[in-house]
Design a protein. Structure first.
Length: 99
């Protein structure tokens, strides 16, 4: 759970640091969800999964970790798990559920 907290802190810090008038700040109801993905073995795998999930509407950040099989997604609202599953499938991997 520590990595979940770190991901939330990093997301908030990256968008909210600096001017308070920056507009689309992640603190305005952002949702962070951690998914379990099988088959990732390297940085290329992480990039492929991140790229596909990043294309989903409302997604503001994705952090895939091959070593743990976890993918942390921050979005404006909760995502449809089937849409995330389809994105992971398109990248060539398998979403096994939430971590």
């Amino acid at each position: 759970m520590t990595s979940d907290t770190q991901a939330q802190t990093q997301t908030s810090g990256s968008c909210c640091s600096g001017s308070a008038s920056s507009g689309g700040c992640a603190d305005t109801g952002a949702v962070t969800t951690v998914y379990a993905v099988t088959g990732m073995t390297c940085g290329h795998c992480e990039g492929a999964v991140s790229e596909e999930i990043s294309a989903l509407p409302g997604v503001s950040s994705v952090k895939a970790e091959a070593a743990t099989g976890k993918v942390t997604v921050t979005s404006a609202a909760p995502l449809d798990e089937e849409a995330v599953r389809a994105a992971v499938d398109e990248a060539g991997y398998e979403l096994t559920g939430r971590a």
